[in-house]
Design a protein around this ligand. Structure first.
Ligand code: HEM
Ligand code: HEM
Length: 226
């Protein structure tokens, strides 16, 4: 029997909508030299989110954990994609195989973009917080990779949004509501321990989120004297 189940905990949902706002801001502010400080600050915060999401992938509730994602094998992912294109609902409460691959890709690309931004410098207007610790060649490479990676983020995000809209409107799955309320239709029995909506998860997420996002900003921004 398929029924709405508590799947996405508060920190997955909050993080998701914050990174949506953050990535949109980054795509606009990256082109404007007068917004470079705001761009760097939001970029460092996005780097903090990546750190949080990776740690939460091991310490969060069941559906946030990477161990609950289907293995990212090409064969399984292609089979899953074919089912989606044929509008065959998988009814997995967590991520489908192709959805899991998309999440790994988004986290990796956002992480690499943030990292290369922090490592880049033009020696005139801007020096990223990691640039003073790196060789001139590494700084140069980071500076050249950053715009390329940021375009890859944009392309992946566009594909992600198309995929979500396909599920939402062509397949009539209420995924967007799921990313707001945390509830998602799934045919599996909820094996979630601890429960994604429990007070313990709320508190554990608060501690890990604050340390990762606040700590990354504090260490890179304040300690390095921005
Ligand atoms: C900058 C734009 C975006 C980025 C970087 C992004 C990133 C992500 C990531 C990383 C996840 C996995 C959640 C996790 O496990 O942490 C996810 C899931 C999801 N995103 Fe986005 N997202 C973006 C835009 C959007 C937009 C505009 C929508 C709505 C139209 C959306 C709807 C969803 C939904 C519904 C899921 C859950 C999919 C499922 O139930 O399997 N995303 N997104
Ligand atoms: C996920 C996070 C980030 C995204 C999505 C992002 C995106 C972008 C984009 C789209 C551009 C314009 C590229 C172009 O001109 O074609 C840009 C430029 C830039 N970004 Fe970021 N950025 C991020 C993080 C950072 C961080 C953390 C820093 C520094 C701490 C940074 C520093 C810069 C600088 C200095 C430029 C202008 C020079 C250049 O074109 O490379 N970015 N970024």
């Amino acid at each position: 029997m398929s029924s709405p189940q508590p799947v996405w905990d508060f920190w997955i949902r909050l993080g998701h909508w914050l990174i949506v706002a953050g990535i949109i801001f980054q795509q606009i502010s990256g082109e404007e030299i007068e917004l470079v400080n705001a761009h760097a600050t939001v970029g460092v915060l996005l780097g903090g989110w990546v750190l949080f999401r990776v740690i939460w992938g091991f310490t969060g509730p069941y559906y946030a954990r990477f161990s609950s994602f289907p293995p990212p094998a090409p064969k399984t992912a292609v089979a899953s994609l074919k089912r989606v294109l044929k509008k065959e609902t998988e009814e997995t409460a967590g991520h489908s195989a192709i959805g899991g691959v998309a999440v790994y890709l988004l986290i990796t690309l956002i992480g690499l973009t943030a990292l290369t931004g922090m490592a880049s410098s033009d020696d005139i207007f801007f020096s990223g917080p990691l640039a003073p610790f790196l060789s001139a060649d590494a700084v140069d490479l980071a500076g050249r990779a950053h715009p390329i990676l940021s375009k890859m983020v944009l392309i992946t995000v566009i594909m992600h949004v198309f995929a979500v809209l396909w599920h939402q409107f062509a397949m009539k799955e209420r995924l967007i509501q799921g990313m707001i309320t945390g509830l998602k239709i799934g045919s599996e029995k909820l094996s979630a321990h601890p429960h994604p909506f429990s007070k313990m998860i709320l508190l554990r997420g608060f501690v890990i989120f604050s340390i990762c996002v606040g700590g990354t900003y504090g260490l890179l921004g304040i300690y390095l004297g921005w």
